[in-house]
Design a protein around this ligand. Structure first.
Ligand SMILES: Cc1ncc(COP(=O)(O)O)c(C=O)c1O
Length: 386
């Protein structure tokens, strides 16, 4: 079955008890046992629920993996993976990871004896750090948040595999419709399903998909032992949202690419990034490992902090909000919002300056969105598209 069919049918069969075409939400914390210790498959929702099983089955199929475990948020999924490491272990991470990924390394797990080292994985000369550092895990994100760097997942996984080191890819920005890290050689594909997978900005969720049985055991253990499970209602919402992933992603990609092309010709803008824009530094790589560039566009205004803030606040269709990947367009000012948890020197080292703006382009009419951007530039006293 093709992706679009699996998104609708795998794990989403009608309810065997009633025939309900849309399976019910199992809003229960606990399950009656037949005899002490003998269950009908579930005992307590922290360690499993039919809605988690259904969603995991769908997401494993879409990511091309054997196992999936669902969590209460993307950060819960990240916590699950990190809780599978030991004190004294090292992680070698891409330097432009999501702000809260950096923060959980720095402020939570380093306290328990984890060491995290950062490199620029877009530069193949830095792959040698894997052998030098011998980490317990290589942590990638591609495209990265918010710079949209594209990392060569297959090449990095090859280097790590030769050394017996697992590779994790945060696949949140691409979604499994555009990129499947396990097929490129990664050990773990992690996503915040809050974003594209659900697509409607109405709940939080996370998932880790793998073909590796021992990592899967760690994920199931973390779900119940650390208490990282989602709510059955949220799992049900994500099962509903994911059915239209393919349709939505095609539209996000087309709208984002059209907007990126318009922004590129605008005199108030220093540079624009979208993975499928020919000017993207890893454009060829993006086309090799992704089937679309997704809906995020990042650009730097040729403006100071005040004008940048005025621009992002002057948009009407793009809501000024954290998050991304929903059907509605959002705008983010990383330096004061999503990436404010990274100290300024580290932030600026990876290119997050005050003029940086990140758009999560939704699936509205693209000309309406372009008009909104043009008017907000004018309101901020900047030259628009002309
Ligand atoms: C790349 C990436 N990973 C993980 C997360 C965390 O996900 P959540 O907000 O669902 O905890 C985010 C959130 O923005 C993200 O952008």
């Amino acid at each position: 079955m093709e992706f679009e069919t699996r998104a609708i049918h795998v794990g989403q069969e009608p309810d065997p008890e009633t025939g309900a075409v849309i399976p019910p939400i199992h809003l229960t914390s606990t399950f009656a046992q037949v005899r002490p210790g003998e269950t009908l498959g579930y005992d307590y929702t922290r360690s499993g629920n039919p809605n988690f099983t259904r969603l995991s089955t769908t997401l494993a199929s879409l990511e091309g993996g054997t196992f999936a475990t669902v969590f209460g948020s993307g950060m819960a999924a990240i916590t699950a993976v990190l809780s599978g490491l030991r004190s004294g272990d090292r992680v070698l991470a891409e330097e432009n990871v999501y702000g809260c990924t950096f923060r959980i390394f720095d402020r939570v797990f380093e306290k328990f004896g984890l060491t995290v080292e950062y490199v620029d994985f877009a530069n193949p000369e830095e792959y040698g750090a894997i052998e030098r550092f011998r980490p317990a895990l290589v942590w990638l994100e591609s495209p990265t948040n918010p710079m949209l760097k594209i990392l060569d997942i297959a090449a990095i996984s090859d280097v790590a595999k030769d050394l017996g080191i697992p590779v994790l890819v945060d696949n949140t920005f691409a979604s499994p419709f555009f990129q499947r890290p396990l097929e490129l050689g990664a050990t773990l594909s992690l996503s915040s399903t809050t974003k594209y997978v659900n697509g409607h900005s109405d709940c939080l969720g996370g998932v880790v998909v793998t073909n590796d049985e021992s990592w899967q055991q760690k994920m199931i253990f973390a779900q119940k032992a650390v208490g990282l499970n989602p709510s059955p209602f949220d799992a049900w919402l994500i099962s509903r949202g994911v059915k239209t992933l393919a349709l939505r992603m095609r539209c996000h990609h087309e709208n984002a690419l059209s907007i990126a092309a318009r922004l590129e010709g605008c005199p108030s803008i220093r540079w624009v990034r979208h993975p499928f824009l020919a000017s993207h530094p890893q454009f060829e790589m993006a086309r090799r490992q992704m089937s679309g560039g997704s809906g995020i566009v990042t650009f730097e205004l040729d403006a100071d902090l005040e004008a940048t803030r005025s621009f992002v606040s002057g948009l009407r269709l793009f809501a000024l909000a954290e998050s991304l990947g929903g059907v509605e367009s959002l705008v983010d000012h990383p330096a004061s919002m999503t990436h404010a948890s990274i100290p300024r020197p580290e932030r600026e080292k990876v290119g997050i300056f005050d003029g940086l703006v990140r758009l999560s382009v939704g699936i509205e009419d693209v000309d309406d969105l372009i008009g909104d951007l043009d008017r907000a530039l004018a309101r901020a006293g900047l030259t628009g598209f002309g």
